[in-house]
Design a protein around this ligand. Structure first.
Ligand code: AMP
Length: 355
């Protein structure tokens, strides 16, 4: 791919906080960002242009793409047809294969297996009969997840005992699902890998991720030894996945650390909440490295800037604590400019770097 020089316009599908932080990183390198989304959002406040349009509006997508030199996306729940509509005019990076695989839990698990990875025991579920058969095979505890459009613990139902089966099935409303066995993990972690157009890739030190109510609460680096011991195998799997997909940009893979080694959970073909610490905590942030990768520029160092880094999400009313966070010397406060505080909504984050 040719280099997209600074001064060019980068299109971003999606208007959330990931798009916002991508646009800020892009601006620092001299790029303009043009956001395309069905509704305004945090990214629009910091971007050079915004087109409000539906993801199935091929004509509007084409007009948007013609105003950009490259298009990327900040979330994966976009119909592949939207990628095609833009890709007819301009490179869309990462490509369709990354999006289609990561947006579907069964496809990403299959690919992980093909690349030598180990997901939780799982079965595809497309009907009540298949669900009952899968539950009989996997046993309880188990977790039923919609195959698409699940995030932050949404689209999931936990099944502690067979008595929970009816409620779990009702919760997913007959949608295509996967049933997973519960993994007995000691820790959760992610591999944030960035792969350039030349095929070279580099990973960040893996963060230890702690969730509350299915939502990421905290990411910290360096991770405990139990994660460190499994990070090499996990990073090697992420690299194989990225190569197989021909992925360019950041690819995030989430893992469970278990007594038997890393268990692959899921992947995202994009920058990720568990990498927000890299803005102040790494020499080059995940956002800048994604921009560098999709523009064909050399990748930047992923080394830590301090001895330890911790990112804490500000969820719902947590964000009301911003005055105290501003007063903290080593705290870097990020607020996403969302006006309405809702329980479970990611309003911002704070990163603390210990020198
Ligand atoms: P997910 O949306 O798949 O990342 O799931 C959200 C969170 O639920 C994970 O970060 C875990 O804390 C938990 N979880 C999901 N799947 C499993 C599993 N198979 N076994 C144990 N915990 C899980």
């Amino acid at each position: 791919m040719t280099i997209i020089p600074p001064g060019s316009t980068i299109g971003i599908l999606g208007s959330g906080q990931l798009g916002r932080m991508l646009a800020v990183a892009a601006a620092q390198l001299g790029y303009r960002c043009h956001i395309y989304a069905p509704e305004t959002g945090p990214a629009c406040d910091v971007a050079a242009a915004f087109t409000q349009g539906a993801y199935d509006d091929a004509a509007e997508l084409a007009a948007f793409a013609r105003r950009c030199q490259v298009v990327t996306y900040e979330f994966e729940n976009i119909e592949p047809a939207a990628i095609d509509a833009a890709a007819a005019h301009v490179p869309v990076v990462p490509g369709r294969a990354s999006l289609e695989t990561a947006a579907h839990r069964a496809r990403e698990k299959q690919l992980a297996e093909l690349c030598g990875g180990r997901p939780a025991p799982w079965h595809r579920v497309g009907s009540r009969d298949e669900f009952d058969a899968a539950l009989a095979a996997i046993g309880t505890p188990a977790i039923l997840k919609t195959a698409t459009e699940g995030y932050d613990g949404k689209g999931q139902a936990r099944i502690a005992s067979p008595d929970d089966a009816d409620a779990a099935w009702a919760a997913v409303e007959g949608r295509e699902c996967v049933l997973e066995g519960m993994v007995a993990f000691t820790h959760e972690f992610s591999i944030l890998l960035v792969r350039g157009t030349d095929g070279a890739s580099i990973a960040y030190p893996p963060p230890h991720n702690e969730h509350e109510s299915g939502i990421l609460a905290r990411s910290s680096v360096p991770a405990p030894d139990a994660i460190g011991a499994q990070a090499g195998a996990a990073a090697a799997l992420a690299t194989r996945l990225a190569e197989r997909l021909g992925h360019v940009g950041v690819l995030t893979c989430e893992f469970f650390a278990t007594a038997d080694g890393p268990v692959f959970n899921e992947m995202a073909p994009r920058v990720h909440n568990s990498g927000h610490w890299t803005i102040e905590g790494a020499v080059t942030s995940q956002f800048e490295n994604h921009i560098r990768a999709i523009c064909g520029l050399p990748l930047g160092s992923t080394a830590l800037t301090g001895a330890a880094v911790e990112m804490t999400n500000l969820i719902g009313a947590d964000a009301n604590g911003w005055p105290a966070l501003l007063a903290e010397r080593d705290a870097h406060l990020h607020l996403y400019g969302k006006h309405e505080v809702r329980p479970g909504r990611k309003m911002g984050h704070v990163t603390r770097v210990r020198r």
